[in-house]
Design a protein around this ligand. Sequence first.
Ligand code: SF4
Ligand code: FES
Length: 235
Amino acid sequence: MTLTLTIDGREIHAPAGSSLMQAAQLADVDTPVICYHEATTPNGLCRQCVVEVDGWRVLAPACVTPAAEGMEVHTASERVTRARRTLLEMLNASIDLSQAPEIQQQMDDYQADRERFPGAERRAPAMLDDNPFYVRDYDKCLMCWRCVQACADDLQFTYALSTGGRGYNSHVTTFFDAPMPETTCVFCGNCVAVCPTNALISKTEIYLQQGLDYDSIRREKRNQRRAQDKKGGAQ
Ligand code: SF4
Ligand code: FES
């Protein structure tokens, strides 16, 4: 079955079951996203992909809203633009986005004021460096859940990562906050690959940035593994 709707005034025929984001792609309209990733199940968490639908009171997150017959959708109205800009400004006020180039580009595109909300309380948990493969720097985490989903049913079926806390204190963690080597993690790297902000970053990348060559990196990682094995044996 095919649906007919309009996106920014252009009539589109989309397969039934399409999201508004997929329908917009048929009209050559790219929707900006933050939490959405093609490898993980869309959750509609960030709201950066919102669009305006005629007759709807609230803006609709395009990644999770099903397209419907006769909808009239606006992806670049003033209301949509303001919502996306404000969201970027709030995000920028609360976490470190310095290593999120796609979000930085969106801030430029939407002319976000990087100095808005100067008094906002920033999330600044300590960096977690507990394994030879990657570090977790959660002051860059925007809680998109991509890593948790990649670790679970979307990719790896390992369930080493989970969410903890509530509201402002919600965060990504492990069961009982265990260090990574004490979890079911197999260090596949899928979580690192889907993280949009470099909150999860591979140690190889860090060492390369520090100017180490591959032999030195191998040595460094071997030493870390031995130190951790020794620590584990002593417990
Ligand atoms: S660590 Fe990265 S992938 Fe995981 S929730 Fe935070 S920002 Fe998203
Ligand atoms: S990209 Fe759609 S809600 Fe985050």
